[in-house]
Design a protein around this ligand. Sequence first.
Ligand SMILES: NC(=O)c1ccc[n+]([C@@H]2O[C@H](COP(=O)([O-])OP(=O)(O)OC[C@H]3O[C@@H](n4cnc5c(N)ncnc54)[C@H](O)[C@@H]3O)[C@@H](O)[C@H]2O)c1
Length: 146
Amino acid sequence: MATVGSIIRAKPDQHVHVIAPSATMREALEIMARHNIGALLVMEDGQIVGIVTERDYARKCILKGRSSRETRVRELMTSPVLYVGPDESNENCMALMTENRLRHLPVLDGEKLVGLVSIGDLVKDIISEQQFVIRQLEHYIAGGHG
Ligand SMILES: NC(=O)c1ccc[n+]([C@@H]2O[C@H](COP(=O)([O-])OP(=O)(O)OC[C@H]3O[C@@H](n4cnc5c(N)ncnc54)[C@H](O)[C@@H]3O)[C@@H](O)[C@H]2O)c1
């Protein structure tokens, strides 16, 4: 089973998109739409102070009749943020996401932010791992004992 470190290295872009807590939710949505992503890390003075997602917007802004232009990210973000180290296994990350009902995990190597994994990244990794095993088994069944 892969580690999140190898999953991040396999991503086409390792850059983590972030936003300041003082930004508006509208600005956050514009960044998420521009990069086709569902979450932003909230950073202040180089520290992770929260995470804000499309779900936060839907449940804590729209459903509450609040305006995305007047609502600050710090009012909607989730904090503190659960994170993992680069050696964490995909399996454990899946369990963390399921237990805590979240879809994004920042990856920190010590204090350093080295990337972010989403549920889609983990699922994609598991699918490619399973396809590899299936090919191996098909090869074996076909008599390729080499
Ligand atoms: N084909 C792929 O490589 C791939 C990978 C991941 C997700 N997806 C698909 O995209 C859809 C939504 O994916 P999701 O639920 O995983 O969430 P998502 O839309 O937030 O994530 C999509 C991609 O953006 C990256 N991402 C998200 N937030 C980021 C940030 N702040 N900074 C940098 N990268 C960030 C994720 O790591 C992931 O690779 C799903 O349908 C999923 O299957 C496809």
